[in-house]
Design a protein around this ligand. Structure first.
Ligand SMILES: [Zn+2]
Length: 271
């Protein structure tokens, strides 16, 4: 599933090719995505200039002159920049042609992605209105985590994966950040000191920032027709490493299930 770093990298990969250009044609080949793509999605779009592409959580916000196209990549979606007449494959569901023969194509084999048009303020759209702060933005820090954790018995890993608390902390990044902060993933959130939550907030920013940095090497891939965007090669300390030695102390990594998700941690380093 594309995680926040992949979505941010997608934004950086496609934006320079499209910003400032007008839409010339919209082709919705398959409208059955997670929510139906509106039948007339092209009507408000054609002729409009794309002012910019922003990201909020894992949503891409394509801001046009008179509204915003909200895109989500779901479980398996990806975006590419191609020529408008590029041959289409069976999983290419939505295509936006821009002046200059640039096409934005949404490919999504599992069709959990979404494409929705709104003329309102996107931050108040029902999908975005209740989201917590961006992990790399100015509103997320240890104080924020501390306020959200106070009095909560929920496992800290589940708390940081809750998009009302902070967005974009997927399973990989939650496990890795807890390792960096030395916090046991099942520890009750409300019983962790402010100082340790400060370290955790910094660790979340570190692991996501590193992943986005790693994605920078793939930016040219967005204009290639072949291949799928990969997950960024990054050094994982605990994620997926059951029984392997902890990189810090060589104790075998353990796997437990929290919130129905596999979770890996070092029983010696994480308390
Ligand atoms: Zn260890």
């Amino acid at each position: 599933m594309p995680e926040l770093p992949e979505v941010e990298t997608t934004r950086r990969g496609i934006a320079p090719h499209l910003e400032g250009r007008r839409v010339t044609e919209v082709r919705a080949h398959n409208r059955r995505l997670r929510w139906p793509v509106p039948r007339a999605i092209g009507t408000p779009l054609v002729g409009q200039r794309l002012r910019g592409i922003r990201r909020r959580a894992k949503y891409l916000l394509l801001e046009f002159e008179r509204g915003t196209l909200i895109l989500h990549l779901g479980m398996s979606g990806s975006l590419r920049i191609l020529d408008c007449d590029s041959p289409r494959g069976p999983h290419d569901h939505l295509e936006l042609c821009f002046e200059g023969n640039r096409m934005l194509r949404l490919t999504d084999p599992r069709r959990f992605g979404a494409a929705l048009w709104t003329t309102g303020e996107p931050s108040r759209h029902r999908l975005l209105a209740s989201l917590g702060p961006e992990p790399l933005g100015p509103d997320f820090d240890g104080e924020h985590l501390y306020r959200k954790a106070r009095g909560r018995r929920t496992a800290i890993k589940n708390l940081i994966m809750d998009s009302h608390v902070v967005v974009g902390v997927g399973n990989i990044y939650a496990s890795e950040a807890l390792f960096l902060a030395g916090i046991h993933p099942a520890r009750a959130a409300g019983r962790i000191s402010r100082e340790r939550l400060q370290r955790l907030a910094e660790a979340i920013r570190t692991v996501l920032g590193r992943a986005i940095e790693a994605g920078g090497t793939t930016l040219q891939d967005f204009t290639r027709a072949d291949g799928q965007p990969g997950y960024f090669a990054q050094e994982l300390n605990v994620y997926g490493r059951e029984n392997a030695p902890c990189p810090a102390c060589a104790t075998p990594i353990r796997r437990i299930v929290l919130g129905q998700r596999s979770t890996w941690y070092c029983p010696a380093c994480q308390r």
